[in-house]
Design a protein around this ligand. Sequence first.
Ligand code: G16
Length: 547
Amino acid sequence: MSPIRVPTRPIPGMKPGTSGLRKRVQDFRAPHYLENFLQAVFDAVRPPEGFGAATLVIGGDGRYFNREAIQTALRMAAANGFARALVGRDGLLSTPAASAVIRAHGAFGGLILSASHNPGGPDGDFGIKFNGSNGGPAPEKVTDAIHAASLALDHYLTLDTPDVDLGRLGPFALGELQGEVIDPVADYLALMRRLFDFDALQRLFAGGFRLAFDAMHAVTGPYATAIFEQALGAPPGTVRNGRPLPDFGGHHPDPNLVHARALYDEMMGPDAPDLGAASDGDGDRNLIIGRGCFVSPSDSLAMLAANAHLAPAYARGLAGVARSMPTSGAVDRVAARLGIPCYETPTGWKFFGNLLDAGRITLCGEESAGTGSDHVREKDGVWAVLLWLSVLAARRCSVTEIARSHWAAYGRNHYTRHDHEDLDADVARALMRDLAARLATLAPGDRLGGRAVRLSDDFAYLDPVDGSRSTGQGLRLVFEDGARIVWRLSGTGTVGATLRVYLERYTADPADIAQDTQAALADLVALADELSGLAARTGRSEPSVIT
Ligand code: G16
């Protein structure tokens, strides 16, 4: 069957952000939009001639437009010369599971259809990203090439074929392409069985341990049910909101203290379960809450790094760890004590890929509720819960006890992120530009708000593996005592601009450790506002979301 060549024209704005191209569903449904972006991906990452049976993995988080987009992607993959495709049943594959499938089957790469934690539905968001053969998000040089290709298009290739039945497991053919609809959970579950001691975890649940897992009507429902309830014997009802829905039940699938409020309230209430956890739209983020004890993602990364050796996969220790720049320095202290390297990368999981591939790090994470390891090349929500469960099973104590003993041993990095969403994009850009100019006037030793400045800059990263350099990754102001303020514009939003302000300071004083985080950081919050002029410029007195 010959490919059909459809004339088209470049559509501006197809520049992948922090994690692939995220736009409104309406944008993706506009004539030629989806097809143009897919053709740009295929043009930029075309399998080399003679690559043979190049396999493409395709799946998404089940959000509105997922199935239609997958049908289009399959036809175009076939028309563009892919020989094989693996598709998750019903079009589902969590982001970490897609990474696992790519790696398990030696695929050329994969298309992950998701806008992650962004809302879904006809008026919500959609997104696509390409992951390479290591299972990880395409690095900047590839996303730049995709953008360039999108601006040079004059046609796209597709086939005239009926839809594939995504609900039926098994093989299908599409022109020359041999495809298979696969169980979205199987490869991932097999991988988790290799990493963790399922017998020990079964004993934990048999002993009455109570987990509450909120799948937020997003993609992790089938994974969490198969693993926690079916494989590990947690009672039915452990997984809540477990059925993936195209609009996530009308909710925002972001596992933070605003959108997972019901879980948070339950965990702070009487008779709370032992562990509360949630994951996001595409299953790569995690929220961890103990009984009466929220664990910030930065702290979770540090605590997991300190305890990972208690799970079989990490029993021989960690090669190194990494965190994104805005993530708190808590994990740095663990790395220092373990005598292993700690890398500081820009925001975006793609920056961990080289470090993981080179074997320089075993564990990595971000303040944005992402934690992962070298088992895949994505952050992984269900994996993070399994690692927490493994630590709790081995240490036979509560989350609160783990947190308290960690802070007693390492001190605490009080940490918060204030998000100011849906700002006018021009106002936000002007704020960042003027703030950069203001920070550039500061010199080491200058005093601000009672602290001495150590450095102020716009963060740039030199990848130690391939030597690539990334600039403009966030404005930071670091003080001599280790306190920091970081300002960044989000690269994942679809409306206006979101300004993220990250605030942190370290303490080893027991009374200060016990302080409420927002109170502990109030002076830095005030200083951040004064320096950026945020309230005056935007009229906003409070952040939209505090995490
Ligand atoms: C993505 C990236 C993460 C990043 C997060 C927030 O996560 O993979 O690395 O930390 O966005 O990015 P930003 O601050 O630019 O909005 P996800 O879960 O949305 O794919």
